[in-house]
Design a binder for this molecule. Structure first.
Ligand code: TZD
Length: 524
């Protein structure tokens, strides 16, 4: 009879979950034993980096990814990074080893006490099999829950379960398949098409989901077909539309009143693949301008239910886009792209705009950028010209520690496209151990560290909140060239802009880090 371990490996193999990101401990070893040859175990040295790498990998492959964590301590370390994976809707299947069944109740070392409660607020589903016979079914459920909800799931397994031999029923799980398909009814699509065709001045707001679902080009087709002014929904973690397209109006500001101002004059706002809305700084006001109707299309039940205003249709955005293209008459639009403005220059160090202009001019058009630089937001959008799907990734919940590991995971999951991580000198510390994984697995990724010596975004926020005099916003004395060398990544501190451009034109076959001194700026 096959063991629970054998069936679990076979199930993961059949579902294509053969790349495992993890940091193991004693409780996990029995699961990892006898791992088939074609599995790849990617070791991260801290669980925040493990989840960040897995998140990046899941986002570019669009597939569920297995994450291997150590009991409660490893799960706790992973939790900050998990907040980002929840909002990026990454189907991570988190597994944690549990003490042997007889030792959980008496709280032996490494017992994960109340394991199913630990991650519950964050994950789509959290479980622990009630007996060894239920291990294969529970693992399958964890995978399917993550896929169906597009949200991480969590499974704790007592480690004495793995060697138990199971009966024929347990193997039936191997043949299961679970699919999703959320196409709206014909009447719902007709209604929507009529609303759009009948609107005088409609607008489009696009969310990161569209990019995640491979709908970047279809979103462009829709905006062009209807000639719609197009915004990206606030706090974007991905870019669903080319940012220099003539119909692009920018990223919506993340405050209630400013969004209302930006949407003034539109009688219909169609929101595709985004929450309504992911606000950040609290700027109170009316949710929508007078006379504006908002219709949200999302496959995320929670996002539809919790929106404070508007109508929602829970559906996959793809059939909705195709129906609008087919049913609503075309309007003419101008082709071409809007040129970038001249970059601002710094006095004592490079202005971030000079760095971004250098990236734009030197890196291939299909480069994927993983960005975790919080005060350079407006400089970024002024200088970048991103025209391809899957070009931009940002921590979806604003939790720092995503950028550096996610850049590694993105590069591992998509070896056919160049990857650049643009990371602030504050942000880089939260996921810094991913440098070791990049070096160890020779992942071709360029990290550009913007060293401005401060928590720039917090200074800006301090002004906004009327609390400019807060402590703890200066971080002098960090040397990421030295830190990177310690983890095995070749690194250079760049001098002037010509030096930066010259460095960026070279293409190493492994990871490298460029440290650039930059002037502090404000995100808006
Ligand atoms: N801790 C975590 C896990 N996430 C956070 N978002 C913060 C703390 C708070 N925080 C921000 O929201 S931005 C920021 C912090 C500390 C400063 C980041 O500094 P940086 O970038 O050098 O990376 P800028 O461009 O100087 O802001």
């Amino acid at each position: 009879m096959p063991t629970a371990r054998r069936l679990a490996h076979e199930f993961l193999h059949r579902r294509g979950l053969t790349t495992i990101f993890g940091n193991p401990g004693s409780n996990e070893l029995p699961f990892l034993a006898e791992l088939p040859q074609d599995f790849r175990y990617v070791l991260g040295l801290h669980e925040g980096a493990v989840v960040g790498m897995a998140d990046g990998y899941a986002q570019v492959t669009g597939r569920p990814v297995l994450v291997n964590l150590h009991a409660a301590a490893g799960s706790g370390n992973a939790m900050g990074a998990l907040t980002n994976a929840v909002y990026s809707r990454s189907p991570l299947v988190l597994t944690a080893g549990q003490q042997v069944r007889s030792a959980i109740g008496m709280e032996a070392m490494l017992a994960n006490v109340d394991a199913t409660q630990l991650m519950r607020p964050l994950v789509a589903w959290s479980g622990e099999p009630s007996c060894a016979e239920d291990v294969p079914r529970s693992l399958a459920q964890a995978v399917f829950e993550a896929e169906l909800h597009r949200r991480p799931s969590y499974l704790s397994v007592p480690y004495d379960d793995w060697a138990v031999e199971l009966g024929a029923n347990a193997a039936v799980t191997l043949d299961r398949s679970v699919q999703r398909g959320l196409t709206p009814s014909g009447a719902q699509l007709e209604d929507l098409a009529e609303s759009v065709a009948g609107a005088e001045n409609p607008a489009l707001v696009l969310g990161g989901d569209l990019d995640a679902l491979g709908l970047f080009d279809r979103a462009v087709a829709l905006a062009e077909h209807l000639g719609l002014p197009t915004w990206v929904a606030p706090s974007p973690h991905r870019l669903p539309f080319p940012n220099r397209h003539p119909l692009f109006r920018g990223v919506l500001p993340a405050g209630i009143a400013p969004i209302s101002d930006a949407l003034t004059g539109h009688d219909l706002v169609l929101v595709l693949g985004a929450p309504v809305f992911r606000y950040h700084q609290h700027v109170p006001g009316a949710y929508l301008p007078e006379g504006t109707r908002l219709v949200q299309i999302t496959d995320d039940f929670g996002a539809a239910a919790r929106a404070p205003m508007g109508e929602a249709l829970v559906a996959d955005p793809a059939p909705v886009i195709e129906a609008l293209l087919a049913k609503v008459p075309a309007r003419t639009t101008k082709p071409g792209y809007v040129p970038n403005p001249e970059p601002k220059t710094g006095e004592h160090a490079l202005h971030p705009e000079q760095v971004f202009a250098a990236l734009r001019d030197t890196q291939p058009d299909d480069t994927r950028y993983v960005v975790e630089s919080t005060s350079t937001n407006s400089a970024w959008w002024r200088q970048m010209d991103l025209r391809r799907e899957g070009s931009y990734f940002f921590p979806a919940a604003g939790g720092l520690g995503f950028g550096l590991p996610a850049a590694v995971g993105v590069a591992m999951g998509s070896p056919d496209r160049p990857v650049v991580g643009v990371i602030g000198d504050g942000s880089a510390n939260y996921g810094v151990t991913a440098l070791w994984s990049a070096a160890h697995y020779r992942v071709p990724v360029t990290f550009v560290i913007l060293r401005n010596g401060v928590y720039g975004a917090l200074r800006w926020f301090g002004e906004l909140l009327g609390t400019p005099d807060v402590p703890g916003t200066e971080i002098p004395g960090l040397d990421f060239a030295a830190i990177a060398a310690g983890y095995g990544v070749p690194a250079t501190t760049v001098g002037d802009v010509d030096d930066l451009r010259a460095q960026l034109k070279t293409t190493p076959d492994g990871p490298r880090l460029l440290q650039v001194d930059t002037e502090p700026t404000a995100p808006e």
